[in-house]
Write a protein that binds this ligand. Structure first.
Ligand SMILES: [Zn+2]
Length: 382
């Protein structure tokens, strides 16, 4: 029986306040630039100019439809990358200024290039599919697109830990026998099995620590950053593992995919509605499959996800609290959980007590002060 009084949370340092405020402004600026680009393309009709360029009709050698779609996507991505890169570079400098990064400029540049290429490949697949469906089935394209998109989401969730993450980071199976033993005990108590625990070589790029449950089915695994493995006690790492196992036991990845399925169905329906209006009422585009309307589709999905962000973050915080409670139940004492939370906040320069509106609007995890208080409350009642 623990009867320790709940410890007051020390106020966040001015440094952490400043760092997080700048990060929020960066995110806002990034969003504003993306939004402005879409609106300008639509309002000025420059999206039509891009489409004509993509079709290549000006020099008499018209390209095929699908090649033109690819060229349009390529131009749109290059423009948005050119507009967004200064901010991303500022973000890279910011991490160094607050001594949170180990990444060299050349490595950052290489990552930028890789993410541009990866983005281009994925966007091309999605957009080609979308306009092919619009051409073949202008009535039901949005329903078929939704089903296809869902398949893609499931496939990506499966592939992410084995194909996508390794493009940017090295992973290897965890060697620590003591931690492996503890995980097996935790898993057996949960009546479940996680396929593996992997060491995530995050320290090549960052001083921050992190852990996550990723993958689906056969690729389901817990990944632990080396920055965590090297600086936290076995008890603290066990608490982190127990939290991640909580996500697994409560099937949070699968549930999130279901939530996403509902939202994308709404999104595709809305896109169809807005396109119908733009094509038949306003005559902004010749047809549904006039791919100059792509900025309008992106705008619809951007506005929708912006509106839903507070609700989705609230849902995520609910899941995190559930995983935390699972952790409290499965470990011998909540003390290592509390100390790991405090260490994480310090190491990542996270705000333990963010403003209420910040947490409500932007945070996928409950404030660290609240997570610590929940752990202390648990210890007092159990
Ligand atoms: Zn979590």
């Amino acid at each position: 029986m623990v009867t320790k009084a709940i410890t007051p949370v020390p106020a966040d340092s001015p440094e952490s306040r400043r760092y997080n405020r700048i990060k929020r402004w960066l995110e806002l600026a990034d969003m504003a630039i993306g939004f402005a680009l879409l609106v300008v393309l639509l309002a000025t009709g420059w999206t039509g100019t891009l489409r004509d360029l993509a079709l290549g009709e000006h020099n008499g050698a018209a390209r095929s439809y699908s090649v033109a779609v690819f060229f349009y996507v390529l131009m749109l991505m290059l423009i948005s990358k050119a507009l967004g890169t200064p901010l991303e570079y500022y973000g890279f400098r910011l991490e160094h200024r607050y001594n949170l990064s180990n990444q060299r400029f050349s490595s950052w540049l290489w990552d930028e290039l890789k993410s541009l290429l990866l983005g281009l490949i994925m966007a091309s697949i999605v957009v080609e599919l979308l306009y092919m469906l619009m051409r073949q089935s202008p009535q039901h394209w949005w329903l078929i697109a939704w089903a296809a998109f869902l398949g893609l989401v499931v496939l990506l969730a499966q592939l992410a830990p084995v194909v996508l993450f390794p493009i940017f980071y090295k992973f290897e199976p965890l060697e620590n026998e003591e931690l492996k033993r503890r995980l097996i005990v935790l898993s057996e108590r949960a009546g479940t099995r996680v396929r593996g625990v992997y060491k995530w070589h995050l320290s090549e790029k960052s001083k921050k620590a992190n852990a996550a449950l990723t993958g689906l089915g056969a690729t389901r695994r817990i990944i632990l950053a080396d920055t965590l493995l090297d600086n936290y006690s076995d008890d603290e790492i066990e608490a982190v593992l127990a939290h991640e196992l909580g996500h697994h036991v409560h099937r949070h990845i699968l549930k999130s995919i279901f939530v996403q399925a509902g939202i994308t169905l709404l999104g595709f329906w809305l896109a169809d509605y807005v396109l119908t209006y733009a094509v038949y009422r306003r005559h902004m585009f010749a047809s549904f499959h006039d791919f100059a309307n792509l900025p309008l589709l992106i705008l619809v999905s951007t506005v929708l996800s912006l509106l839903l962000m507070p609700a989705l973050n609230a849902y995520s915080r609910f899941n995190e609290r559930q995983a935390d409670r699972y952790c409290f139940q499965s470990v011998a004492s909540v003390e290592p959980f509390i100390s790991s939370m405090n260490k994480l906040a310090e190491q990542n320069l996270a705000e333990k007590t963010p403003a209420r509106w910040v947490e409500w609007l932007l945070h996928s995890h409950p404030a660290i002060a609240k997570r610590v208080a929940a752990a202390e409350g648990w210890a007092q009642t159990h």
